[in-house]
Design a protein around this ligand. Structure first.
Ligand SMILES: NC(=O)c1ccc[n+]([C@@H]2O[C@H](COP(=O)([O-])OP(=O)(O)OC[C@H]3O[C@@H](n4cnc5c(N)ncnc54)[C@H](O)[C@@H]3O)[C@@H](O)[C@H]2O)c1
Length: 336
């Protein structure tokens, strides 16, 4: 996409799968913004992404050798944080101290005490702060929320979620909560507009593909404040494909987000035709439209100086981290 000198200049912190994805989506598809700087602890990774971005946008991209030097840039006013989970709280605090607007990848932090501290900083800041829970921008999830909130099918009684990654060689069981289930936890809060009050984990037979410390698959049980049971079935090493799905059981219908991304409604003794076909290998394919919508909303938020309503706030990030923390606590005593 043709870029302009006047575009919002974005700096990327962490240029792995997500950081490079955001950088390329901005360059290819987002009007009003361009990537002007990248910092990754691995300079080779940063240089590779910078050269791809330069080719698309025809503007210079600086590769910085520290986050401090990137944040000192006057040209760069917006930051995307896509470093590993445990660095989000620190990187977000630094970016806010430098007066930047920030899109911080999920989770807000990898534990609830870091999440509390950084949420406080974000709440006091005048910067735009959006948390990268992109399912809030996905067309199927937005339609699901619209139908649920319309009340047409009565109350939500129960929710069943599935989350399957192809392979997760370095995952820990705690990460299945703080890194994986955190997406579903956010969606459940967003959909029901209520808090999750209790979270516990059920274990089952472990796949031979799991590393020696990982329980995989697991089933996470959450109860919300009005008493809805939400179950999140996670398999981090499915081997067969990436799948994210959700069934919302209501008083007179079952609303299903299919694993290829469509919403179907089972009602009046009728089961709609469901899509079959090739599964995605990961989230980048399945949620591409959501990432692009999220980036457009980030640019719009900066221009209007008001966070786009679809975005998760720092307080949403905090609530999700607190709920996941309850799940991590429930793992105490389980050892492999
Ligand atoms: N919203 C989503 O759908 C989604 C999907 C996947 C990952 N994520 C989140 O995005 C973040 C990045 O995930 P990923 O899959 O791209 O991981 P990744 O491992 O591919 O990339 C992380 C990058 O951060 C770099 N890094 C490490 N330490 C750093 C530091 N101190 N400063 C700057 N960079 C540093 C690494 O070199 C690496 O290139 C994670 O927090 C993850 O939870 C979000």
């Amino acid at each position: 996409m043709k870029k302009k000198a006047s575009d919002i200049c974005v700096g990327i912190v962490g240029a792995g799968i997500m950081g490079s994805g955001h950088a390329l989506y901005i360059s290819e598809s987002i009007k009003g913004a361009r990537v002007a700087g990248i910092y990754d602890a691995n300079a080779i990774v940063a240089k590779k992404v910078a050269s791809k971005v330069k080719k698309i946008s025809s503007y210079p991209v600086t590769v910085y050798n520290s986050i401090e030097s990137l944040l000192a840039s006057k040209e760069i006013t917006a930051i995307i944080i896509a470093s590993p989970d445990q660095l989000h709280a620190e990187h977000l605090s630094m970016a806010l101290a430098a007066g930047k607007d920030v899109l911080c990848e999920k989770p807000l932090a990898s534990n609830d005490s870091d999440a509390k501290k950084v949420a406080q900083i974000a709440n006091k800041s005048k910067s735009i702060v959006g948390i990268g829970f992109m399912r809030r921008f996905d067309p199927a999830y937005l339609e699901l929320k619209r139908v649920v909130r319309s009340g047409k099918y009565g109350k939500v009684l129960q929710i069943r979620c599935t989350s399957r990654n192809v392979s997760s060689p370095t995952a820990t069981t705690a990460m299945l909560l703080t890194n994986v289930a955190v997406h579903e936890v956010d969606v459940i809060r967003w959909l029901l507009e209520e808090e999750i009050k209790s979270v516990s984990v059920n274990l089952t037979k472990v796949t031979a593909k799991a590393n020696s410390k990982l329980f995989d698959p697991i089933s996470v049980n959450c109860y919300t404040s009005s008493g809805v049971l939400a179950t999140i079935d996670i398999c981090a090493n499915s081997t067969y494909g990436y799948e994210v799905g959700m069934e919302v059981i209501m008083e007179s219908a079952s609303l299903v987000i299919e694993n290829l991304g469509d919403l179907t409604i089972v009602k009046d003794f009728y089961l709609p035709k469901r899509k079959s076909g090739k599964l995605y290998k990961d989230w980048m394919g399945r949620f591409k439209p959501a990432y692009i919508a999220e980036l457009n909303a980030f640019v719009e938020s900066i221009k209007k100086r008001k966070l786009h309503p679809n975005f998760a706030t720092a307080n949403d990030g905090l609530a999700a981290s607190i709920a996941c923390g309850l799940g991590v606590k429930s793992l105490k005593g389980y050892k492999r």
